[in-house]
Design a protein around this ligand. Structure first.
Ligand SMILES: Cc1cc2nc3c(=O)[nH]c(=O)nc-3n(C[C@H](O)[C@H](O)[C@H](O)COP(=O)(O)O)c2cc1C
Length: 214
């Protein structure tokens, strides 16, 4: 083998290795990675620190990779009451591209996945904080199952969400349409990149604007 050919071969091998490593990093570590799960557990009857009667407050959330869960916990620790995670019977793929395809298929075909029993009696609550990530420009389909399952008539709904640029994606208006007999207050959308830093003051300001601060 000539020296030139050997050098060419080595360069080719390096290019291939760099390409493969780059591909693996891009698939697994770019924003939107869903590998991080959260270990939050449901909580009951917490004391709150707002004007709300915490015995009638529920914070409920759906979160696949932890961001919305983290935000939900922050809110729940302020408003007190019960803290409950929405989970589907069939778990979602953990690999990002597979999850993206799966969620898109659910959305495109209006598939509302079955939820695990949340062990809540919605009659016990007056104010329900409801959190979710934006998936394909709207609420994830489990949220539609959730709204179908419970009767929110006469309740106050306070939405919040995490996203990667879509804001609330029109979902607060969607909730108003789904629940015309409830009062839907102004929600809190937080960008996923911000969830790595402390969002307490944003939550505080939001609760203040809603008139819940003591
Ligand atoms: C399947 C899928 C679809 C998404 N679609 C959007 C979107 O349309 N707009 C957006 O801003 N972010 C989108 N995202 C980003 C998520 O909203 C964001 O990463 C969110 O914080 C994830 O919340 P979680 O960690 O609680 O699961 C999408 C993420 C996934 C996994």
């Amino acid at each position: 083998m000539s020296k030139g050919l050997k050098i060419g071969l080595i360069i080719l091998i390096i290019v291939v290795i760099v390409g493969i490593v780059g591909f693996i990093i891009a698939r697994n570590f770019l924003p939107g990675n869903v590998g991080i799960d959260n270990n939050l557990t449901n909580e009951k009857g917490k004391e709150g620190n707002t004007t709300l009667d915490s015995s009638k407050v529920l914070v409920v959330y759906f979160s696949q990779s932890g961001n919305t869960g983290k935000l939900a916990k922050l809110i729940s620790d302020r408003v007190g009451g019960d803290f409950v995670r929405i989970e589907t019977v069939q778990t979602y793929p953990t690999e990002y591209n597979e999850l993206a395809d799966f969620a898109k298929n659910e959305r495109d075909n209006n598939i509302k996945p079955e939820l695990k029993n949340l062990d809540i009696n919605i009659d016990n609550y007056d104010t329900i904080f409801i959190g979710y990530p934006i998936w394909w420009y709207q609420m994830p389909m489990p949220m539609y199952t959730f709204f179908d399952t419970y009767d929110f008539d006469g309740k106050t709904i306070v939405p919040f969400n995490t996203h990667e640029g879509s804001g609330n994606g029109g979902t607060y208006e969607d909730i108003k349409k789904l629940e015309p007999n409830s009062t839907v207050l102004e929600g809190l959308p937080i960008r996923v990149g911000d969830m790595t830093s402390d969002q307490s003051s944003k939550v505080d300001n939001w609760l203040k604007e809603l008139g819940f601060n003591k």
